[in-house]
Design a protein around this ligand. Structure first.
Ligand code: SER
Length: 588
């Protein structure tokens, strides 16, 4: 089976079960605070999992591009990928365990025709706080699954993606990969020949800021099926990289490097890493990120630089853009912005190539002593552009120990970027939907509106647009299209205007409308991507639309009166690549 066919089959099956298709949104969450990347199809649905009415109804289905960065250094085996596509179906307070499991089973065994003998299932063991999920186990058994193939595990719990939010027990579906040998009777989840392909999460809890698990307003289902993995098993491949969504990339690497995939472990692993990282980098750049030293930009930098380093293992240089060419073609349906991506990749590769060889020499110098000081690791980062993760990985390969504590101290002394803070973020999910975060979220709408009123439009610019935002309880970071630093006067004017609006205390209203209606209404927002499939979208208006009108999933305060007592301040300005600026704002 091919990628497109699997995706279409999945969507069709769930549409036949009354699900509506949601859009495949950006990898950079638009209005979702502290996630760096969309890591699952549920991210854009959080407000709806928490009870807000979804304009498309209670049963949704979709395919979502995802990035998981928790284990970049682990990529290189047969089944882990940084970029992947996830199929999912959701029930927002509609069906629950029985229907979800029955539909999963029907899709696997009847539609995809997977032999039940090759399937196994895990369910939640219970943990003192939440009971053992005997319901799910009974449902699998009622469908004809033998008890040997159902195990209870404590780790069968998903979420919340961030500190707070929807979560619950899950049931995972596994497929026995090996084509040869006898099928095992009993399911042993520790045996990696059992590949997890799908996960049904029963999101009936909402974790609050105090760490309590409260029963959510509604019982939701959130499922996620990995496209690459499922394709691999459907096509009888024990190595995902032998599949259709990887082979053209691997072949290109073979061609440029004159090595053969499978030739030996070192070459094979290097090829997988190069293929994985360039594919991920292509999609991240396409969604508006450029290489940098913090957050998404830093992840992107790490991916490109790690690919470049593994390119050296294969004896190739200046190769990233020709591999990207294959990705553009392979994923033609995404209409990737080849020009922009090629430019960023080429620049970043060139930048790193200038210092890579010199940096590697530092490793040769310390090789004898088996120890690298934190100062040296910091020098590698600062002067030779080695992300610390790369230094640690290289050191491990060479049996060298790095003084990480000294490195962090040096880094903290020299820059604002703290590796621990950044590393924490990579795995983190949505920020809390606390009142403070919600207030700041509304403040960013005010800020965008104020910018369009106060700032002069630069040459060729029709309006100032939001490029991204990241909000937690303390501050909001807001990226927007603009080409220069704001002057002190402009900053003051923006602050005064926003504070004036807060003082007036207008109402904030949410309306549902079609995309066309929203356009006519003059709502700001990303029209072409996020909302292309949605039939109805939410538009938030402040002050009857006189202050601001913006497409957004929320959440927001009901009235600007909730911001009174706070002063809106712009704290910091930065550039985030060509044509984009970032401000940090607070409500003091
Ligand atoms: N959120 C769940 C997962 O990521 C199901 O999609 O596995």
């Amino acid at each position: 089976m091919k990628r497109k066919e699997l995706i279409e089959t999945y969507l069709k099956f769930f549409k036949s079960k009354k699900h509506k298709e949601v859009a495949n949104v950006s990898l950079v969450p638009e209005n979702d605070p502290s996630v760096l990347f969309t890591t699952a199809g549920m991210h854009p649905l959080v407000p709806f999992l928490l009870g807000q009415k979804h304009p498309q109804g209670k049963r949704l289905v979709g395919v979502q591009r995802c990035i998981r960065t928790g284990d970049i250094e682990e990529v290189g085996d047969t089944s882990h990928h940084t970029f992947f596509e996830m199929l999912g179906n959701w029930s927002l307070g509609d069906y629950f365990k029985k229907e979800a499991i029955e539909m999963s089973f029907e899709f696997l065994t009847k539609v995809l025709k997977m032999p039940v003998e090759r399937l196994a299932f895990s369910v939640f063991e219970g943990d003192g706080e939440v009971d053992k999920d005997t319901d799910s186990a009974d449902i699998w058994a009622s469908l004809g699954v033998s008890n040997e193939r159902i195990v209870y595990l404590e780790e069968n719990w998903w979420g919340p993606a961030g500190k707070t939010g929807p979560c619950g027990p899950d049931t995972e579906m596994f497929y026995w990969k090996p084509n040869k040998g006898k099928l095992p009777g009993k399911f042993n989840p520790k045996d990696s020949n059992w590949l997890e392909i799908w996960n049904d999460v029963f999101m009936e809890y909402n974790k609050d800021t105090k760490g309590n698990y409260n029963l959510a307003k509604q019982e939701n289902v959130d499922t996620g099926m990995g496209v690459e993995r499922t394709l691999a098993v459907l096509n009888g491949l024990e190595d995902n990289y032998l599949g259709e969504v990887w082979q053209p990339i691997i072949q290109k690497i073979e061609m440029i490097s004159k090595h053969k995939y499978g030739e030996d472990e070192i070459v094979t692993r290097a090829m997988r890493i190069v293929a994985d990282h360039i594919k991920a980098a292509v999609f991240i750049i396409n969604d508006g990120i450029v290489p940098g030293n913090s957050e998404q930009g830093y992840v992107l930098r790490r991916l490109i630089r790690r690919a470049v380093r593994y390119g050296r293992v294969l004896g190739i240089e200046s190769f990233t853009t020709s591999i990207a060419d294959v990705v553009y073609e392979l994923y033609g349906d995404y209409k990737l912005d080849a020009r922009k991506i090629t430019l960023e990749l080429a620049n970043e590769e060139e930048r790193f190539l200038k210092t890579l060889a010199q940096g590697l020499r530092i490793f040769d110098k310390v090789a004898g002593s088996k120890k690298m000081s934190g100062t040296e690791a910091f020098l590698l980062y600062q002067s030779y552009g080695f992300p610390i993760e790369m230094t640690l990985e290289l050191a491990k390969e060479k049996g060298i120990k790095v003084d990480e504590k000294e490195y962090s101290d040096a880094l903290n002394k020299h820059s604002e970027l703290s590796r621990t803070a950044a590393a924490g973020k990579f795995k983190s999910g949505l920020a809390d939907d606390s009142e403070a975060t919600t207030r700041l979220h509304t403040a960013t709408h005010l800020l965008l509106a104020a910018m369009n009123k106060v700032l002069p439009k630069l040459e060729g610019m029709k309006e100032i647009q939001q490029r991204g935002s990241n909000i937690n309880a303390e501050r909001a970071r807001f990226d927007f299209s603009y080409d220069r630093k704001l002057t002190d006067d402009e900053v003051k004017e923006l602050e005064d205007l926003v504070n004036g609006w807060i003082w007036d205390g207008a109402e904030v209203k949410r309306d549902e409308m079609s995309l066309d209606e929203a356009k006519k209404f003059g709502a700001a927002g990303i029209f072409e991507d996020k909302y292309k499939v949605a039939e109805k979208i939410s538009v938030y208006s402040i002050g009857d639309g006189k202050i601001s009108k913006e497409i957004c999933t929320g959440p927001h305060v009901k009235s600007l009166k909730e911001l009174q007592g706070c002063t809106f301040k712009i704290k910091k300005q930065d550039s985030v690549g060509a044509g984009a600026r970032r401000v940090k704002v607070v409500l003091e």
